[in-house]
Design a protein around this ligand. Structure first.
Ligand SMILES: Nc1nc2c(ncn2[C@@H]2O[C@H](COP(=O)(O)OP(=O)(O)OP(=O)(O)O)[C@@H](O)[C@H]2O)c(=O)[nH]1
Ligand SMILES: [Mg+2]
Length: 175
């Protein structure tokens, strides 16, 4: 006979009851894990503020980034998918880098960390930055500075496959 109640007397044997009895378990363990995402996108758009990264990102993907004619419009990385027939890749629009980013200038090195999580580096340089009355940095210096910031942050980071996007080619004198 079991103590499970009269309705079950015929169906539940004493053996069954013994199996269901709780036993003393082993002590549990606890661990705190800090996990870091190692890959956020296939391609990262890297450039000085205002170079046109977000405009390009919006043109390549369905992302709807905020675009503005001032520095630091983008404050955090945005992802978008680029689809071309059966080919698809993820592109990350990374906030603008300035000289000294590795020393936490501008938006700092938080975003250099995001660049580390992309496989291909796409340097977006503004061909119009130093044209006429514009007081920006000439394109070749932009490229040099960007590469240096990556290297200061993490030696060898700029060795990844990369391409250079010469942006704002439509501006007078840019070509
Ligand atoms: N003439 C011209 N202007 C462009 C081109 N691409 C972007 N712009 C303009 O450049 C300005 C900056 O564009 P964004 O796409 O916001 O630049 P960004 O690199 O994302 O800037 P941050 O987010 O601040 O780093 C905007 O006024 C755009 O309209 C281009 O190919 N030609
Ligand atoms: Mg932007």
């Amino acid at each position: 006979m079991t103590q499970l109640g009269a309705d079950f007397d015929d169906e539940v044997s004493d053996d069954d009851y013994d199996h269901a009895s709780p036993s003393v378990g082993l002590p549990g363990s606890e661990v705190i894990l800090v996990l870091e995402l190692k890959s956020i996108a296939d391609v990262g758009l890297i450039g000085m503020p205002n170079a046109g990264k977000s405009t390009l990102h919006g043109a390549l993907s369905k992302a709807k980034p905020v675009v503005g004619a001032y520095a630091f419009t983008t404050l955090r990385p945005n992802l978008g998918n680029v689809n071309y027939y059966d080919f698809s890749l993820t592109v990350a629009d990374i906030p603008g880098l300035i000289r000294g980013a590795h020393e936490n200038r501008g938006l700092g090195h938080a975003f250099l960390r995001h660049i580390e999580c992309t496989k291909v580096l796409s340097y977006v340089v503004d061909l119009a930055a130093a044209l006429g009355d514009n007081k920006g940095i000439p394109p070749w210096e932009q490229l040099n500075d960007l590469i240096l910031e990556l290297e200061y942050y993490c030696e060898g980071l700029s060795d990844r496959p990369s391409l250079v996007v010469a942006n704002k080619l439509d501006e007078d004198g840019a070509e």
